[in-house]
Design a protein around this ligand. Structure first.
Ligand SMILES: Cc1ncc(COP(=O)(O)O)c(C=O)c1O
Length: 395
């Protein structure tokens, strides 16, 4: 797939960023963001990634006995479904195991949307959610989560966008790109809005486990109109296992399993075995995430407080920050970071906010610290070397 030849202009890296990042109308059946992430994101100091760096085999304590090549996996592998049910505290009939949050999102949208149905998707958001809705031939409408509202959903705008043809409302919680957390009361209000027109709500919770003490629980348990998706990929650094799921009412879960027969049919059994092992060792993986993210959040907030060329609210939780550049071009900053500092961040243009950029906190501490240092140097250079950290940041 991604390795295949693409015959259109947008696969050429020499095209202007503008064209690649902001096509007039997204072409169905592709994602410019994912293509960028797979081909342009890697760097010595990768601050563009939104997840924790990968857990190694030895960190997880994997032995040869943990592998088996094939097993009784039909509509899920029972031991894994049991472990997920226990971990998520929901009935097994409410879980559809899927290849990452990505496939969980696709299945969830596909069972809620028919061609021509209206879907209301937050803006900014993770671009793949929009791409998937387009691919399913849904009519995509957006509602704002503006920086001015600290990236909370604008409920008045959402209410206004809702029609009798709305079949699905889509949000991320924690929010990608800002890590903003939606209060339960707001989620209830959105669920009520959806119910009033016979729609569902899909909440992508892939970053929600980056809330610690107390841990957050999935919004699916609030209401059957809410479907939630997540995985072990981001917070636990286990992207390679592709252990994802969608939680939904049992009739929808049944539809997703049946639909998945047309896609991957069954997952790799070796990955299912390793996912079970990871779930059994989740407390240690959670400690790893917590230590790292809390340390890096403090480092990030200190960095932010010293820069008068960026603005953002201090981070509370999550794996990514989304500062706004007060002056200068983010594309230029990204070019400088890449060409002079071996560092990448995710350009805000992928989220429709070209004055902002996303910084991931998931690298090991030495790399993260050095990455931030380099970001500071690139910002200084961008601003003509005159605005070193410090200065007179008001407030
Ligand atoms: C909001 C959101 N959902 C889903 C994904 C994909 O997750 P997974 O690797 O579990 O498929 C990402 C990846 O960046 C994401 O940001």
């Amino acid at each position: 797939m991604s390795g295949g030849h693409s015959h259109t202009h947008s696969s050429s890296h020499s095209q202007s960023h503008h064209h690649v990042l902001k096509p007039e109308l997204p072409e169905a059946g592709r994602s410019e963001y994912m293509h960028w992430a797979k081909t342009r994101q890697a760097a010595r100091f990768n601050l563009a990634n939104s997840g924790l760096s990968a857990v190694t085999r030895s960190e997880l304590g994997v032995t040869a006995e943990d592998f088996e090549l094939s097993g009784p996996s039909f509509y899920g592998w029972s031991p894994l479904l049991e472990a997920l049910a226990q971990h998520l505290r929901v009935d097994q009939a409410r879980i559809c195991h899927a290849e990452g949050t990505s496939m969980a999102n696709h299945l969830a949208m596909a069972v809620c949307l028919h061609p021509g149905d209206e879907v209301l998707i937050e803006s900014p958001t993770y671009e793949l959610l929009v791409d998937t809705a387009h691919y399913l031939r849904a009519k995509v409408r957006r509602f704002p989560r503006p920086r001015a509202l600290a990236f909370q959903p604008d409920l008045a705008a959402l209410r206004e966008a809702l029609t009798s043809r709305t079949r699905l409302i889509v949000l991320t919680n924690l929010h990608n790109p800002s890590s903003a957390r939606i209060p339960d009361a707001t989620l209830r209000e959105i669920a009520d809005m959806a119910r009033s027109v016979g729609a569902h709500v899909l909440i992508d919770e892939v970053y929600l486990d980056a809330v610690f003490d107390p841990a957050a629980t999935t919004a699916h348990i609030m209401d059957d109109v809410i479907l939630t998706t997540s995985s072990l990929t981001k917070v636990y650094g286990l992207s390679g296992l592709r252990c994802g799921w969608c939680l939904a009412a049992p009739d929808l879960v049944e539809k997703m399993w049946r639909l998945n027969d047309l896609f991957g049919v069954i997952p790799s059994h070796a990955a299912e075995r390793l996912s079970l092992l990871a779930l059994q060792r989740l407390p240690a993986l959670r400690d790893r995430a917590r230590q790292r993210l809390e340390t890096h959040r403090d480092l990030w907030n200190a960095f932010l407080a010293q820069r008068h060329d960026m603005d953002d609210n201090p981070m509370l939780y999550g794996t990514v920050a989304f500062p706004r550049l007060r002056k200068g071009s983010v594309n230029r900053l990204c070019d400088l970071l890449r060409s002079r500092f071996e560092t990448t961040v995710a350009p805000g243009s992928f989220f429709g906010l070209p004055d902002s950029f996303r910084v991931g906190l998931g690298l090991p501490t030495p790399e993260f610290t050095e990455g931030l240092h380099r970001l500071g140097q690139a910002l200084d250079l961008l601003h003509g070397g005159d605005s070193a950290a410090g200065g007179a940041r008001a407030g």
